[in-house]
Design a protein around this ligand. Structure first.
Ligand SMILES: Cc1cc2nc3c(=O)[nH]c(=O)nc-3n(C[C@H](O)[C@H](O)[C@H](O)COP(=O)(O)OP(=O)(O)OC[C@H]3O[C@@H](n4cnc5c(N)ncnc54)[C@H](O)[C@@H]3O)c2cc1C
Length: 457
């Protein structure tokens, strides 16, 4: 049977209708370009529509580099400048985004803006504004290939929809497909033998199509491919998904002790679970057990205000998450051994070492360093929560420069090819400094650059 092929044409084609794609699309439209957005999923919005809707980044490059060691300061500067400009531009468009007074306890200076009334509605309104400005959004249409002309410049894309192919001619293509975390194959390649146990904490449609299309077009790679933005997720039988990932995140985790199946600590818990989660992937069966006590459960250890940690514990139990509870550490160690197979004797040795170091106020007594939050676990009852690593988006990807141009393996920009959002490879090297902000900042840059290129053409 002959397949239908839709032939389309626009100045700019954007792949992905998440925060990076829609920001880029509306920006390019504002510059006078014609724009088609292709979206693989049935709905617009990507992970952004399910997010907590708090867009944020570091306040300055020094703060950013303190969390992203060895990162490119020029990329950080582009992110910060264009994020601030992008937030103001959203306001000028009439989208509801509100600057938040930053809570004092955050680890470094940052700027935060909340999407109102929530991220889902905000993304619908952003999509409406793209359509109102003359843009076309095609759902059920997934990017397959970036097409290049004989001189190596972009000439358009090939995409696949339900029962049809789409050939769209374009002067510029912006990749904003959200990273490769939902591809089991790419996870296995970059995260090692337990990668299949990672929980995808984001849209299932981000399977690396932008990254793979960029590689096929000759892109180089950039970034620490073993790292990603994610959080600890309560392991099954907890029932988790896009609807509740934000609410089951164990926000109090930096005050817990993390052990693996051997009962051993393996990383600095105080870095935050968005960083320690990278090490969890390499523990046996990718399992991490958070051990904490009643003091942690009751304390205001979360940024969400008094009682937040206790509420999180209840929410996790409410979705079926197993949290063991015992009157003594010995009894807890016995339970974790019987229920989950954690090595009891080693776990007790780990907790004894932790408590001795905490009571002495001497982190050097720990065999695995800890940079803060060193308090004894001595207030019963004691708790254990079993978690798997959740991945929201990947840090490695196609090499991209501060102008959002995708760079080939010889270090030259691929004419007409841009990246935004999580498809920008190599921006983050270790910590997490916002996800929506990468979409906003590099969406702004890519949209402007792509429209300017099309206008020159
Ligand atoms: C539960 C949760 C809470 C979060 N909370 C926050 C928060 O409060 N603050 C924050 O800064 N970040 C948050 N994030 C992260 C944030 O949502 C992402 O970092 C951000 O959405 C990434 O933007 P993006 O444009 O790269 O990808 P997305 O917004 O995910 O959009 C990518 C789009 O590309 C589409 N796509 C994939 N493949 C193709 C293809 N072949 N062709 C066409 N389209 C394709 C996808 O379907 C998707 O619609 C959260 C994420 C989750 C899951």
């Amino acid at each position: 049977m002959r397949e239908d092929v839709d032939q389309l044409r626009a100045d700019v084609v954007v792949a992905g209708s998440g925060i990076g794609g829609l920001t880029a699309a509306r920006t390019a439209l504002d510059q006078g370009a014609s724009v088609i957005v292709i979206e693989k999923a049935p709905e617009i919005g990507g992970s952004a529509a399910f997010s907590g809707g708090s867009a944020w980044t570091a306040a300055d490059v020094d703060a950013w580099l303190s969390v992203q060691p060895d990162a490119d300061p020029a990329m950080g500067q582009a992110l910060i400048d264009n994020y601030q400009e992008g937030a103001a531009w959203f306001r000028a468009l009439g989208l509801d985004i509100v600057r938040r007074a930053e809570p004092e306890q955050f680890k470094f200076a940052r700027v935060v803006d909340d999407f109102r009334p929530d991220a889902g509605v905000f993304m619908q309104r952003l999509a409406d504004s793209v359509r109102a400005a003359g843009g076309t959004i095609l759902t059920h249409t997934g990017l397959r290939q970036v097409r290049l002309g004989p001189g190596g410049a972009v000439t358009g894309v090939t995409a696949r929809g339900a029962g049809r192919s789409v050939h769209a001619a374009a002067r510029a293509v912006i990749l904003a497909t959200g990273g490769f975390q939902a591809s089991a194959d790419l996870r296995a390649r970059y995260f090692g033998r337990w990668a299949h146990r990672m929980i995808v904490r984001g849209t299932p449609y981000s399977t690396g199509d932008g990254f793979l299309a960029a590689l096929e077009a000759g892109a180089g790679t950039a970034g620490v491919f073993g790292r990603f933005y994610g959080h600890m997720i309560p392991a099954p039988p907890a029932v988790t998904g896009l609807h509740n990932f934000a609410s089951v995140k164990p926000d109090f985790s930096e005050h817990a002790v993390f052990v693996n199946l051997h009962g051993e600590r393996f990383d600095d818990e105080f870095l935050g679970d968005e960083v320690t989660v990278h090490a969890v992937v390499h523990q046996p069966e990718a399992l991490c057990f958070l051990i904490f006590d009643e003091r942690v459960r009751r304390a205001n250890t979360s940024r969400e205000g008094p009682g937040a940690a206790a509420r999180r514990v209840e929410t996790i139990r409410g979705v079926g998450g197993e949290i063991l509870e015992a009157p003594t550490l010995e009894a807890l160690a016995r339970q974790t051994a019987e229920r989950w197979g954690v090595r009891r004797v080693r776990l007790m040795a780990t907790l004894t070492e932790h408590n001795a170091a905490a009571r002495a106020g001497d982190p050097s007594m720990l065999s695995v360093p800890r940079s803060g939050g060193l308090q004894p676990l001595d207030t019963p009852p004691f708790y254990a929560l079993r978690c798997l690593p959740g991945v929201t988006f990947t840090y490695g990807g196609a090499r991209t420069n501060p102008r959002a141009q995708v760079i080939d393996s010889a270090g030259r920009p691929i004419s007409g090819l841009y990246a935004a959002g999580a498809d920008v490879g190599g921006l983050y090297t270790r910590g997490y400094t916002g996800g929506l902000s990468i979409g906003i900042a590099f969406g702004r840059i890519a949209g402007r650059e792509a429209a300017a290129l099309a206008a020159r053409g």
